[in-house]
Design a protein around this ligand. Sequence first.
Ligand SMILES: [Mg+2]
Ligand SMILES: [Zn+2]
Length: 183
Amino acid sequence: MKPLPLPSAVLLDRDGTINVKAPEGEYVTAPAGLRLIAGAAGAIRAFNRAGVPVAVVTNQRGIARGLMSEQDLEAVHARLEQLLEQEGAFVDAIFHCPHEKGTCACRKPGTELLERARRRFGLATLADAVMIGDADSDVLAGHAAGARTVLLRAPAAPRPVEADEVAVTLAEAAERLLARHFA
Ligand SMILES: [Mg+2]
Ligand SMILES: [Zn+2]
């Protein structure tokens, strides 16, 4: 098989993709509540080593709902970067939406967070970028921004939205994306 080019960037959802999601309606509001999903740091490290820029694009409506502050989120993200660093991984940028549903252009499935990543990485388009996430809104945002999409979902779980690919974990998604390039 002919190797494919590396993605120009990887855009990662956070909750349920990199770290264990809080129960429905709850948020990771403090560093102690943050736990990485097995294999997630290794997947990000693999993108780092391949030279693929990585951005986190995350909806954090808990801020609009008064359940946490911008400072709380900063502390959670500092912890995230520390946990990644312990495994030799890093993210190049983190963009978040703090807003309530229906009040902004950045809450996914809106595309503004992805556009911010595109601009940060100096890309003309996201056509060669890949958005990876566990929610339909990640796939919708990715497609609306012109990126390829990978939906993270258990094999038997329903898939109301068509992604370009489905994988169970970020680790599996990264392995496949990179294997194709290095084949
Ligand atoms: Mg998610
Ligand atoms: Zn927003």
